[in-house]
Design a protein around this ligand. Structure first.
Ligand code: TRP
Length: 464
């Protein structure tokens, strides 16, 4: 290895950066939505089980691959696959990750459309119900439009570069951003949860979320919970692998993975409590249209006491969550360019940031209008309009689960038991019974679960 690899400055830095990647629109938008669609309670329980059985072991595997190889997603599989069955072919898994990032419009589209769709693309019905003027809505959405937000992400990366030497872009840049953004995000969320406690819908929201009724859960719902556990933890495309490659040897992978998963899950649940408390406080006809559920939310905000403040807080929350996820997406390709193409960090972040922005804008444009929310796979069914729309569809429905399956198989079956044991115990100490449990999950349970998702996609089940 030519030069020393950048590292997080500490355990907290890594955990916050990785949690920043995991906590995104998947937590704040998609999870409440699919929970609603799948009737709450039982679905939430299955989701929790999916996080434990699929999420945690694969999270550990991705971080392990990164830290052991000290490489980006492509380099990791090349180095670790050397002399093993499949050999260089495994690099393809890394490429899949890099391509997923590049082809996924989520980067830009999610930033633009997540928040703005709520306020500008509302159904006539919600307009009619609205007491606020369209201008206010538009103004609030404009501030979250794609270009400024993505640009701010890129300038954040260049700020990262300026604030340190080229090797410390990670520790000084991403970590510093995460250490600022994540605590703010967490405090906003806590404030909103406290607020929702006083709304009339709080009790009903809690019953909806925590009183399981298994007769209401469908097989599709189980698959959806599985698929989402994957998506929400940013697994399958090398994001956690890349962040793991900057992790210090003296820190514990299992503990970090558990903390990240726990934070992500807590925030998904908190988002549900907030959303459902507010929604159940009003007599909404939410049963039919999923879009109204979320497009109406900003309108609802303004009918609550202190609504303007709550609404502002909520959208700062959404923007921050999206920003930290985007930074990690950019890092997957930037790290690839730095390691494999020998680029300097500055060139890598700026060029790749611009490339992602271009791809993202193209996909967003090729989707157009109201369809965008479903296209970015946060709400509803994906459609395949346009070349870039197709790429995005492939990315979210195929690449993520396939990437995850291959990561699990590679870590569980190709790497030796001793290799994985050594890396997982480094900085943690002996794992004892947890090691065979993890091995079982990563070799058998996780591949079976992810395999089921893939089969269901092949059979045409519309679970996402
Ligand atoms: N985990 C993110 C969320 O919950 C979305 C996501 C999926 C992601 N894969 C990713 C973010 C890879 C960054 C990198 O919203």
């Amino acid at each position: 290895m030519a030069k020393e690899r950048a590292q997080w400055t500490g355990r907290l830095g890594f955990v916050l950066a990785a949690a920043g990647s995991a906590i995104g629109l998947g937590n704040l938008w998609k999870f409440p939505y699919i929970t609603y669609e799948n009737h709450g309670g039982a679905f939430v329980l299955v989701y929790l089980a999916a996080i434990a059985v699929v999420g945690v072991p694969i999270m550990m595997a991705e971080i392990l691959l990164g830290r052991r190889s000290q490489r980006n997603a492509v380099g990791a599989f090349r180095v670790l696959g050397q002399g093993k069955p499949g050999g260089r072919l495994w690099q393809g898994v890394g490429f899949l990750g890099v391509m997923t990032v590049l082809s996924s419009s989520r980067t830009t589209a999610s930033l633009r459309d997540g928040p703005s769709a709520t306020s500008s693309w509302r159904s006539p019905a919600s307009w009619a119900r609205s007491r606020i003027t369209p201008q206010i809505c538009r103004r609030s959405s404009a501030s979250f439009s794609a270009i400024p937000t993505s640009r701010s992400c890129i300038s954040l990366s260049s700020w990262a570069r300026r604030s340190g030497s080229s090797t410390s872009g990670v520790g000084r840049g991403i970590e510093r951003a995460a250490k600022f953004l994540m605590p703010v995000l967490l405090s906003i969320l806590v404030m909103l949860v406290i607020y929702s406690f006083w709304t009339p819908g709080f009790g009903e929201a809690m019953r909806f979320l925590f009183r399981p009724n298994f007769s209401e859960l469908s097989a599709g719902g189980v698959l959806e919970a599985l698929g989402h556990s994957f998506f929400t933890l940013s697994l399958g495309m090398g994001a956690m692998l890349t962040y793991g490659s900057y992790m210090r040897k003296r820190d514990s992978i299992p503990r970090a993975a558990l903390t990240i998963c726990a934070l992500d899950t807590l925030i998904a649940i908190a988002a549900c409590i907030i959303m459902f408390s507010i929604i159940f406080s009003f007599d909404f006809e939410v049963t039919k249209s999923s879009t109204i559920l979320f497009t109406t939310l900003p309108v609802v905000f303004f009918q609550l006491p202190g609504g303007a403040a709550v609404s502002a807080l909520f959208y700062v929350l959404v923007a921050f969550a999206a920003l930290t996820s985007t930074i990690s997406l950019l890092e997957v390709v930037a790290s690839y360019a730095i390691d494999e193409l020998g680029w300097r960090r500055q060139r890598a972040t700026l060029t790749m940031g611009a490339a992602i922005l271009a791809f993202g804008t193209l996909s967003a444009v090729s989707m157009g209008g109201n369809e965008t929310l479903s296209k970015i796979n946060l709400i509803g069914r994906p459609s395949t309009a346009g070349v870039f729309g197709t790429l995005d569809y492939l990315a979210s429905n195929w690449f993520l689960p396939v990437g995850g399956l291959l990561i699990a198989l590679f870590t569980g079956w190709i790497l030796s038991r001793d290799e994985t044991k050594e890396e997982l115990e480094e900085g943690n100490g002996p794992l004892g019974w947890a090691l065979p449990l993890w091995r079982f999950l990563i070799r058998i349970a996780a591949p079976a679960a992810v395999g089921a998702i893939i089969v269901s996609v092949i059979l045409g089940a519309e679970y996402q």
